[in-house]
Ligand binder design. Structure first.
Ligand code: 4NP
Length: 166
């Protein structure tokens, strides 16, 4: 974490499927745009069941052919995250509601946004659905939605914060 960087935290329930995938998708987009030095990207879970674990094997298997190596170790959201991160992105309405409840101030609450609000190419989805009890299609869908939403989210962040490569 560095104060001169724009810090983004992706959050889902377990931090082993959706949010570590979002972290990898966004990291690659930032790297490809020459903006690696301008962003710090991390992920965390609302629950602590998988703390220390690598992402779910199925998520890793589906991410790899698209060029994403998921190496994040799961951790739980903590109070300090609301101070350290500029933006906290929940994957579904339940994540967003719980994150806003955890926020200590109105300013912190305003940092919480919903990933579904950045989905453009899949108009039937207003959130990134939990793939944990789904088959392969569920994991591919998560990656499709994340690639779409991260692109739109990154464009908005760059525009609103005047971020450029140095
Ligand atoms: P995620 O998926 O929130 O996308 O990481 C889940 C992973 C684990 C569990 C639920 C959702 N779980 O209940 O253990």
């Amino acid at each position: 974490m560095e104060s001169q960087k724009y810090n983004i935290l992706f959050v889902c329930l377990g931090n082993i499927c959706r949010s570590p995938a979002a972290q990898a998708v966004m990291q690659r987009m930032v790297d490809e745009r020459g903006l690696s030095g301008r962003f710090y990207i991390d992920s965390a879970g609302m629950g602590g069941w998988h703390v220390g674990d690598l992402p779910d094997k199925r998520m890793r298997v589906h991410a790899r052919p698209r060029g994403y190596e998921l190496t994040h170790r799961a951790r739980k959201v903590q109070a300090g995250d609301f101070e350290e991160f500029d933006l906290i992105v929940g994957m579904d309405a339940s994540n967003v509601d719980e994150l806003r409840d955890l926020a200590a101030t109105i300013e912190q609450e305003r940092k919480v946004v919903m990933m579904g609000d950045y989905i453009r190419q899949f108009p039937h989805y207003d959130h990134v659905p939990d793939p944990y009890y789904e088959g392969s299609e569920g994991f591919e869908l998560v990656l499709d939605l994340l690639e779409d939403a991260c692109d739109n989210l990154l464009n908005q962040i760059i525009e609103q914060n005047n971020i450029s490569s140095r």
